[in-house]
Design a protein around this ligand. Structure first.
Ligand code: ATP
Ligand code: MG
Length: 256
């Protein structure tokens, strides 16, 4: 049965999508069966996996509204060797349209239950907001992976996210926990990066993943080719870091 993880942080541009796409590809490389769920109307994970978001016959939007099943909406990322439940701008309307539905925060959970046996991991790329979409992600998941940039403002807002996760855990999804914080876009030459990184370790201890993802231009270039960075330039520092992170995650959840 799949382990289902949200990649979440309500801050924009902190590396959620890059992490979701490259972790998916990294896990696929070590033989794991992965479904990436794009839960962001920006559709960046869909595009980053090499799927044209403008030409979808169905997407996570239809799945949330009960108009399609995951099994018929999912596509294969040929470049990443994992499956994708894609998204595009249509998804922005789902927030409003779901208001009238019963159990609206559990729509994704119910939909994923039908395919969970086919995967080892289901990774959900959340939008940069604590919205109904993110809530659907958190209700569907066993855990949250929080990508963080080691900069001064990184810690601001983290408490909102942690509180939201605690509330969801208490009221809606007792399975939910924080799997870990992942340091991304790390620049070892910056003293501030080092300081914030140390602070994170002091505050969150074992919850901080040992793997650190460096700032690496190859990871930023890869999406425009529709190829996960891990496959675009496997020898690059960024790719290597995500592959190591995948292995660390597999180890970490053995003890869960
Ligand atoms: P949003 O909140 O808009 O969904 P996000 O949190 O998903 O953003 P990404 O889209 O993954 O963030 O990353 C933001 C930008 O930073 C992108 O242009 C991406 O290519 C770049 N980026 C992400 N990680 C790295 C990295 N390790 N090195 C260099 N560039 C990176
Ligand atoms: Mg994103």
């Amino acid at each position: 049965m799949a382990k289902i993880f949200c990649i979440a942080n309500q801050k924009g541009g902190v590396g959620k999508t890059t992490t979701t796409v490259n972790l998916s590809a990294g896990l696929a490389k070590i033989g794991q069966r992965v479904l990436l769920v794009d839960l962001d109307p920006q559709g960046n994970a869909t595009m980053g996996a090499g799927i044209n978001k403008a030409k979808l016959h169905a997407s996570v939007y239809e799945v949330l509204l009960g108009m399609s099943e995951v099994a018929s909406a999912r596509l294969v990322s040929e470049n990443g060797k994992f499956d994708v439940l894609p998204a595009n701008r249509e998804l922005a309307g789902a927030e409003v349209e779901m208001v009238e539905l019963e159990n609206r925060e559990k729509r994704l959970k119910d939909a994923l239950a039908q395919v969970a046996a086919e995967y080892d991991f289901i990774l959900i790329d959340c939008p940069p907001a604590l919205s109904m979409l993110t809530l659907n992600g958190l209700c569907a998941a066993h855990g949250v992976i929080i990508p963080m940039q080691c900069e001064y403002y990184a810690l601001e807002g983290l408490s909102d996210l942690v509180n939201t996760i605690k509330k969801v855990h208490a009221k809606m999804n007792p399975d939910l926990s924080i799997i870990g914080l992942l340091r991304v876009m790390f620049d070892p030459r910056m003293t501030l990066s080092q300081q914030v990184s140390t602070q994170l370790e002091q505050h969150f201890g074992d919850k901080v993943f040992k793997s650190i993802i460096p700032r690496n231009v190859r990871l930023a270039e890869a999406p425009s080719y529709g190829i996960p960075g891990v496959n675009f330039d496997p020898a690059s520092k960024g790719a290597q870091a995500y592959i190591a992170f995948g292995a660390e995650l597999v180890e970490r959840i053995k003890s869960m």
